[in-house]
Design a protein around this ligand. Structure first.
Ligand code: SAH
Ligand code: SF4
Length: 366
């Protein structure tokens, strides 16, 4: 099994975070569904760190769990807090690979930004993760780990019976960390089903957002498999400009992406799709581009909202941060006037390199 490659010799135990609830029941040969639910509850509602804490589970089953399965967490290499409250963890996986997880607290929500790959192979020219290249896909348990670990570190387990907005710290999950989620499709979808399960972590579809650079065929698969929020890293209104900043534009045109988006929107009962648009100085920030963006979403009749993200600079990148906030505001106003929401998202956690596009682990830890 692929997973075992990543485990050290004395750790040949499969993570229990690899299974859906149904799989847990069959894997553990449990004749009763409620026993699987009890184990699930200990894992995902109580956050136990040892099988001994599963006090309502028979000794026999606990023994089997201890001998064959693991519920250990990844090793935390760094735990940083920004002056604005953003928190970032650098964690080491079993094979030594590193990934980053970011928690962004805001007034009305707390967003956990998780990774789906170690590095990324898409090579977008504005993205620090892209400059690092792809090392490997994350396993299902490694994606689930990110939320478990954040809950451990935020002392969140005691809050999870409290409703959203009532003391819960992590209210939203966004797949906007390292990696291209649709290039690790099977593991990502399975992890989302675990995260989404109403008997466990219970993050509803509306509180999970998957962001993609636009792997068009996989958007159709997603429409079939799961109904989460979709965000497209568009960043340009024409293929010509897109090709200058994102190599993936050579494989999939904006037309193909928009067609897939209209099918996806239909599958979620016309929930709005978010189009992320990084404002890069003198590349894509003219008002003419805003006009083209509006025409584009109208042409394909996609229910849309935009997120304008001023480009975050990182050392080695040739692009420049926009210097004129008024220009960004005019761009946003044009789109808003066309009746598409268009907030300007000022990234948080810049002082700890946790802002959008700044995650990178290969050449330095922080
Ligand atoms: N691979 C996926 C998800 C991870 S990237 C995707 O590309 O959508 C998450 C978001 O950060 C994307 O919208 C991405 O375009 C944005 N981003 C990347 N580099 C950035 C930078 N330097 N400044 C601002 N946003 C950036
Ligand atoms: Fe990969 Fe997304 Fe960065 Fe592009 S923006 S390199 S797809 S992580």
């Amino acid at each position: 099994m692929v997973l075992r490659r990543y485990l050290r010799k004395n750790e040949i135990m499969e993570s229990l975070f690899n299974f859906t609830l149904e799989e847990l029941q069959t894997t553990l040969s449990l004749s009763k569904n409620f026993v699987a639910k009890q184990v699930w509850n200990w894992l995902y509602c109580c956050g136990v760190k040892s099988f001994d804490e599963m006090t309502n589970i028979s000794k026999q089953l606990r023994q089997k769990l201890v001998e064959q399965y693991s519920i250990k967490r990844p090793f935390i290499l760094k735990d940083l807090t920004s002056i604005d409250g953003t928190r970032k963890w650098l964690v080491k996986l079993n094979d030594g690979e590193k990934i980053e997880i970011v928690y962004i607290p805001e007034e009305d929500r707390g967003t956990l930004c998780i990774s789906t790959q170690a590095g990324c192979g898409m090579g977008c020219r504005f993205c620090s993760t892209g400059s690092q290249g792809l090392t490997r896909n994350l396993e299902v348990f490694e994606i689930v780990w990110e939320i478990i670990l954040a809950r451990d570190c935020l002392d969140e387990w005691k809050n999870i019976s409290k409703g959203i907005g009532n003391g819960r710290k992590i209210t939203n999950i966004v797949l906007m960390g390292m990696g291209e989620p649709l290039n690790n499709y099977d593991n990502v979808v399975k992890a989302l089903k675990i995260i989404n399960d109403e008997n466990g972590m219970a993050f509803s579809n509306r509180r999970i957002t998957l962001s993609t650079c636009g792997i068009a065929p996989k958007i159709y698969d997603l429409a079939r498999d799961i109904k989460i929020n979709l965000a497209i890293s568009l960043h340009a209104a024409t293929d010509e400009i897109r090709k200058k900043i994102m190599p993936i534009a050579e494989s999939f045109s904006i037309d193909e992406i928009m067609k897939a988006c209209s099918v996806y929107a239909k599958s979620t009962n016309y929930r709005r799709i978010t189009f992320e648009y990084i404002m890069i100085k003198d590349i894509n920030d003219s008002i003419a581009e805003a006009e083209k963006l509006v025409k584009l979403v109208k042409k394909y009749n996609v229910p849309a909202k935009f997120n304008l993200i001023p480009f975050n600079y990182w050392v080695g990148c040739t692009f420049k941060e926009p210097s004129d906030i008024k220009k960004i505001m005019r761009f946003a106003a044009y789109i808003t006037n066309a009746r598409y929401p268009c907030p300007i998202r000022l990234s948080k956690g810049g002082d700890i390199m946790a802002a959008c596009g700044q995650l990178k682990t290969s050449t330095r830890d922080f």
